[in-house]
Design a protein around this ligand. Structure first.
Ligand code: KIV
Length: 282
């Protein structure tokens, strides 16, 4: 967790498990929350060992893992599969998983069933649902039976077609008002945190000040209680978004991989891989 993480990002100190109540206390103490997405065991284990507070199995997997233009096609079974793999790599971060499009819009019963599968079969510790007032009944039910829920307002990618693209939200008075009302309503329904995606930074600051639960921003400026990015974007792994304004790249991952693969290819072509000491004698 961030209050004990070393500056290098590699945290060898003993960290305590991040929990839902601890994240709320982090807001009260003014400690910033650091979150990233992960979709597989290996990446999750590396990210967790660096000291993240939250690891999200995002349905952004549909774009960065599957190469789809949006997140809509991701299924519940795929989310469970990825969550189970990520689960094995996560020791201290809170493991949150996305409820995919179609898993929480049909009925309260189906929503609960899907959330339970994500926790029971995937090992998620909390679920994230996109949207505001339209989900209140389902969220109240989930929180009443002890399932922690993270909200998601602003640019909710599952509504990309209704928005006409991955556009800034909350830019008009009416839309900003709706986001502010939705944040209060989500808090009242019991969510423990809200992702604010691609809204103006002053609106994000206002929403953050209006709720007691932490806001986690993406493309929403510096005044949220925490930040999340899609891991492939910040690692420069040639994702669809890695060149956008809100993404800070901490590594040129695609160049590093291409270079390593290129050296591997030429070692093979030149007969330099494998050597005898990388082989077995009979
Ligand atoms: O799916 C996802 O990765 C997300 C985050 C970017 C917030 O919802």
């Amino acid at each position: 967790m961030t209050d004990t993480a070393s500056k290098s990002g590699s945290n060898e100190q003993k960290r305590r498990k991040v929990t839902v109540p601890w994240l709320i206390r982090m807001k009260q103490k003014g400690l910033k929350i650091a979150a990233l997405t992960a979709y597989d065991f290996t990446m999750a284990a590396i990210e967790d060992s660096a000291g993240l507070d939250i690891i999200l199995v995002g349905d952004s997997a549909g774009m960065v893992i599957s190469g789809a233009p949006d997140t809509l096609a991701v299924t519940l079974d795929e989310m469970i599969f990825m969550t189970r793999n990520v689960r094995r790599g996560v020791k201290t971060a809170l493991l949150v998983t996305d409820m995919p499009f179609g898993s929480f819009q049909i009925s309260k019963e189906k929503t609960v069933e899907a959330a339970i599968r994500l926790m029971k079969e995937g090992g998620a510790e909390a679920v994230k649902l996109e949207g505001g007032k339209q989900n209140l009944e389902a969220i109240r039910h989930l929180t009443s039976i002890g399932i922690p829920v993270m909200g998601h307002l602003g640019l909710t990618p599952q509504s990309v077609h209704a928005f006409g693209g991955f556009k800034l939200q909350g830019a008009t008075d009416k839309s900003a008002e709706r986001i502010k009302e939705d944040a209060i309503a989500l808090q009242e329904a019991g969510v423990f945190s809200i992702v604010l995606e691609k809204i103006p930074l002053d609106l994000a600051r206002e929403v953050t000040a209006s709720v007691d639960i932490p806001t986690i921003g993406i493309a929403s400026g510096p005044y949220c209680d925490g930040q999340i990015l899609v891991a492939y974007d910040m690692l420069g792994l040639e994702s669809q978004y890695m060149n956008l304004r809100f993404v800070r790249r901490y590594m040129e991952g695609a160049d590093l991989i291409r270079n390593a693969v290129g050296r591997y290819i030429s070692d093979i072509k030149n007969g330099e891989f494998p050597r005898e000491d990388e082989s077995w004698h009979s």
